[in-house]
Design a protein around this ligand. Structure first.
Ligand code: PEP
Ligand code: MG
Length: 588
C-alpha cells in the first residue's frame, strides 16, 4: 500500500499483519557512577561482583530453560553465549582487573568494560559479529541490575496481547516473548539477520525493523498496525486501513496453511521443470524444522554460528564433527552443503584478546576463506571435523567468498591434506566429498568458466553478490533502497553465471535471500536455476509459487528483462506476470 501520514516504513523481516495496542519498551539503562575504592575495600567489592555474577548466571540458566521449551535450541544457545561471556577474560577478567588494579567500583568497571567491548563489536563490518555486541549489552545491564538489586522487564507477565516496540530487543527479552501475547513487534534498528529478525521468523510473529526513531515517536497504548511483509507500521489506522489489512492477512493465513499442508509435494512448474527446494540453517538443531517445512536437503549450513556460540573458545575438531554428524544423520539421504568458516575481520575470532584493536574491518578485508587460508590451523580443524562427519550422510563442502582460482586450489590442497591426516590416524572418510564455490564476489562471477574446471558445484550467494555488484552495504539502512535484487547488473551477472555453468555442466544453486522472494523466483526460473535454498519457513510458499509458474513463460519474462534499463522497469514487467500466475495457474 502507499505510504500515508500515519505510516512509517521500515524493513519487513517476518511476514503477517498485527494490530492492537502498542507497548513501548523503554531501554532504561541502569544509572551508575564512578567511585575510587580504598585498597581495603577491594575484597568486599570482588565479593559483590561474585554475587552479581552468580545471580546473573542463575537468571540466564532460567531463561535458557524457558527459551529451549518455547523457542527451541537455536534461540536458547544465545544464553550459552552470555554465560560464557561471564567467564571470558575479555569481559569478566577485565572487570576484575579494574577492581584490583585501578580500585574502581564494580558497577563502573562493568559499565566501562561492557561499553568498550560492545563498541568494538558494533564497529565490525561482519553482521553476525556485530550483533554479538547485543549479547554484551544485555549481559552488562543484567550484571548492573544484579549489583544494584533491581528487577528487569518481565515480558512474560503481560496481561493483554500487545504490539511490542523497542529500540532493539535483547536476546533475553526476545526469549521471554509469548507468541500468544505478542501480536507483533517493531524496532528502531536491525537488519534481516539481527537476533530480533531471526527470532521473529522462528516464532512466526510479524515484525518490522529499521524504523529509526519509532520508540520515541510512539507512546504505549496507541492503536497500531504492523505489516511484516511490506515493512510498514501504521499508527492509529483508520477503519479502511484496518479492513484492508485484516482481509489481506486472512488470505495470507489461509494460504500459508494450504502451503504447509502441501509441503511435501515436489516443486515442479506447470510445464514440468523440477526445482529442488533446500534450506539455509545455522546449526544441527534446525534440521527438524527443515523436514517439517518440506525441505529437500540443506543448501547452506552457516557454520560460523558454531564459532560465535561460545565467545572466547574456538570449536574443537570433535565439536565440529559432532555438529556436522548430527545434521548429516538427520537429513540423510538428502545432501547437506556445509559452508566453511565465513567470518569477517582479521582478529575477530573468538579467543583473540586483541580483537578489533585495528578498528573496523572492511567489507573488503580479510574475511571468510581469506581468513581461513591465513589461520590454517583453525581452518584445518574444521576440515577434519567435516571430513570425519562425511561418512554419516551426504556432505558437500562449500567455500565462501572465493575471488580467484588460487584460493580454490589452496583450499582444495588443505582439504586433501586434512583427508590424509585423518586416514593416517585410521579415520574413515567418504570417498567422494564434493567441494563447491560460493559465487558472491563479482570477480568469481566473471571467471566461473575457470572456477568450473576445479569446483564440483556453485552456490550463488546473492546477498553478497548484490552488495558487491552494486556497492551497497547490505546492512546499512541508509542505502537500503539501492539494494536492488532485480537491478539489470544483477540479472545480467546471474545470466552469465548460469549460462557459463550450463556450458561447463556444473550444477548451480542459489542460497541468498533472492531464492525466497517470489518475484525473483520468476526470474531465477527463467534463468533455469533448479536448486533454491532458503530459511525453512519460506519453503512451503516457494514450492507453491514454483508449482504455479511455467518455465517457458518465465524464460520469456527473463529475455525481456535482460533488455530493460532499470530495476523498476523489470519489476513492472515481472509483477503482473507473477500475480496472474498466482491467481489462476490453469490459465498460465
Ligand atoms: C549470501 O551472501 O548470499 C549468502 C547466502 O551468505 P551470507 O548471507 O551468509 O553472507
Ligand atoms: Mg555471503
Amino acid at each position: 500500500m502507499a505510504a500515508t501520514d500515519n505510516t512509517r516504513r521500515g524493513i519487513g523481516v517476518s511476514p503477517g499483519v498485527a494490530c492492537g495496542p502498542s507497548l513501548v519498551l523503554e531501554r532504561r539503562r541502569a544509572a551508575v557512577s564512578a567511585k575510587t575504592l580504598d585498597v581495603a575495600e577491594t575484597a568486599s567489592e570482588l565479593g559483590r561482583l561474585a554475587e552479581a555474577v552468580r545471580r546473573a548466571r542463575a537468571e540466564l540458566e532460567d531463561l535458557k530453560v524457558r527459551a529451549d521449551a518455547a523457542l527451541g535450541q537455536g534461540v536458547a544457545q544465545i544464553f550459552d553465549a552470555q554465560m560464557l561471556l561471564l567467564e571470558d577474560a575479555m569481559f569478566l577478567g577485565e572487570v576484575k582487573h579494574r577492581l584490583t588494579e585501578r580500585q574502581q567500583n564494580a558497577e563502573w568497571a562493568v559499565r566501562q568494560v561492557g561499553r568498550d567491548l560492545s563498541s568494538r563489536l558494533s564497529s565490525i563490518s561482519d553482521v553476525y559479529l556485530r550483533e554479538r555486541g547485543t549479547d554484551v549489552d544485555d549481559l552488562t545491564e543484567r550484571l548492573l541490575r544484579a549489583l544494584l538489586g533491581e528487577e528487569g522487564h518481565r515480558l512474560d507477565q503481560l496481561v493483554e496481547p500487545v504490539v511490542l516496540f523497542a529500540h532493539d530487543l535483547t536476546p533475553s527479552e526476545t526469549a521471554q516473548l509469548d507468541p500468544h501475547m505478542i501480536l507483533g513487534f517493531a524496532t528502531d534498528i536491525g537488519s534481516r539477520s539481527s537476533h530480533t529478525a531471526i527470532v521473529a521468523r522462528s516464532l512466526e510473529i510479524p515484525a518490522v525493523v529499521g524504523l529509526h526513531d519509532i520508540t520515541s515517536a510512539l507512546q504505549s497504548g496507541e492503536d497500531v498496525l504492523i505489516d511484516g511483509d511490506a515493512g510498514f507500521v501504521i499508527v492509529g489506522p483508520d477503519h479502511d486501513q484496518l479492513q484492508e489489512y485484516r482481509a489481506r492477512d486472512a488470505v495470507r493465513v489461509s494460504q500459508a496453511e494450504g502451503y504447509l499442508a502441501d509441503r511435501d509435494l515436489p516443486a515442479e512448474t506447470l510445464d514440468g521443470f523440477r526445482v529442488t527446494v533446500l534450506a539455509n540453517i545455522e546449526g544441527a538443531a534446525d534440521a527438524q524444522s527443515v523436514l517439517e517445512h518440506g525441505g529437500e536437503g540443506v543448501g547452506l549450513f552457516r557454520s560460523e554460528y558454531l564459532y560465535l556460540r561460545n565467545p572466547g573458545v574456538l570449536p574443537s575438531e570433535e565439536e565440529h564433527y559432532l555438529e556436522y554428524r548430527s545434521v548429516l544423520e538427520a537429513m540423510a539421504p538428502r545432501a547437506v552443503s556445509i559452508r566453511t568458516l565465513d567470518i569477517g575481520g582479521e582478529k575477530l575470532l573468538p579467543g583473540d584478546p586483541a580483537a578489533s584493536q585495528t578498528g573496523a574491518e572492511s567489507l573488503l578485508g580479510l574475511r571468510a576463506l581469506r581468513l581461513a587460508l591465513r589461520e590454517r590451523e583453525i581452518f584445518s580443524t574444521q576440515l577434519r571435523g567435516l571430513l570425519r562427519a562425511s561418512v554419516h550422510g551426504r556432505l558437500q563442502i562449500m567455500l565462501p567468498f572465493v575471488s580467484g582460482v588460487e584460493e580454490l586450489r589452496e583450499a582444495r590442497g588443505l582439504i586433501d591434506e586434512a583427508r590424509r591426516q585423518l586416514v593416517d590416524k585410521g579415520h574413515e572418510v567418504a570417498e567422494v566429498v564434493p567441494v563447491g564455490v560460493m559465487i558472491e564476489v563479482p570477480a568469481a562471477a566473471m571467471i566461473v568458466d575457470l572456477l568450473a574446471d576445479e569446483a564440483d558445484f556453485f552456490a550463488i550467494g546473492s546477498n553478497d553478490l548484490i552488495q558487491y555488484m552494486l556497492a551497497v552495504d547490505r546492512a546499512n539502512d541508509a542505502v537500503a533502497h539501492m539494494y536492488e535484487p532485480l537491478h539489470p547488473a544483477v540479472i545480467r551477472i546471474l545470466w552469465h553465471i548460469v549460462e557459463t555453468a550450463r556450458k561447463k555442466e556444473i550444477p548451480v544453486s542459489m542460497c541468498g535471500e533472492m531464492a525466497s522472494e517470489p518475484l525473483s523466483v520468476l526470474i531465477l526460473l527463467g534463468l533455469g536455476i533448479d536448486q533454491l535454498s532458503m530459511s525453512p519457513s519460506a519453503i512451503p510458499l516457494i514450492k507453491n509459487v514454483v508449482r504455479r509458474l511455467s518455465r517457458e513463460k518465465a524464460k520469456e519474462v527473463l529475455e525481456r528483462a535482460l533488455e530493460l534499463e532499470t530495476a523498476s522497469a523489470i519489476e513492472d514487467l515481472a509483477l503482473p506476470q507473477l500475480l496472474t500466475a498466482l491467481r489462476d495457474p490453469t490459465t498460465d
